[in-house]
Design a protein around this ligand. Structure first.
Ligand code: MN
Length: 129
C-alpha cells in the first residue's frame, strides 16, 4: 500500500516542490497551517508527517507536541522541515518531539532517504510486535 504522508507547510512554493517530489511515490495530504495539520493528523493518521516549523498560527513544534501527546498518534514519525538551520536547532527540534530534521532547501535525495528510513523503521517495529 502506498504510504500516506502529511505535509504541514504554509509556503505555497515549498508545498508545490514537496508535491512534485512525492506525488509519484506517496499519497500526499496537505495542510497550510498548524491547526489544520493537527486536525488532519488526528483524522487521517498518516504514516509520516513533514512539519514546517514557522507556521501562521501555532508553530510546528507546538503541533508536534500536540500530536505526540496523543497515544494513538505518538508513533507517527515527524520530520521537521525548516529554514532555521542554525547551530543547535536540530537538538531543539529533536527535543521538541520531532523524529528527524531536514534543512531547507529540500533536496530530493535527502527527503526520500529520510522518509524511507522512517517508514522502514516503522515497518520493522510493527513486524516485531
Ligand atoms: Mn513556514
Amino acid at each position: 500500500m502506498t504510504a500516506r504522508i502529511l505535509c504541514v507547510e504554509d509556503n505555497p512554493q515549498n508545498m508545490r516542490l514537496v508535491r512534485k517530489l512525492l506525488r509519484n511515490n506517496y499519497t500526499l495530504l496537505e495542510a497550510e497551517d498548524g491547526l489544520t495539520g493537527l486536525r488532519l493528523a488526528e483524522e487521517e493518521i498518516p504514516d509520516l508527517i513533514l512539519m514546517d516549523i514557522n507556521l501562521p498560527d501555532i508553530d510546528g513544534l507546538e503541533v508536534t507536541r500536540r500530536i505526540k501527546a496523543q497515544k494513538h498518534l505518538a508513533h507517527i514519525p515527524i520530520i521537521a522541515l525548516t529554514a532555521n538551520a542554525m547551530y543547535g536547532d536540530e537538538e531543539k527540534y529533536l527535543a521538541g518531539g520531532c523524529d528527524g530534521y531536514i534543512a531547507k532547501p529540500v533536496m530530493r535525495d535527502k527527503l526520500f532517504s529520510a522518509i524511507e528510513t522512517f517508514l522502514n523503521e516503522k515497518a520493522t517495529g510493527s513486524s516485531q510486535s
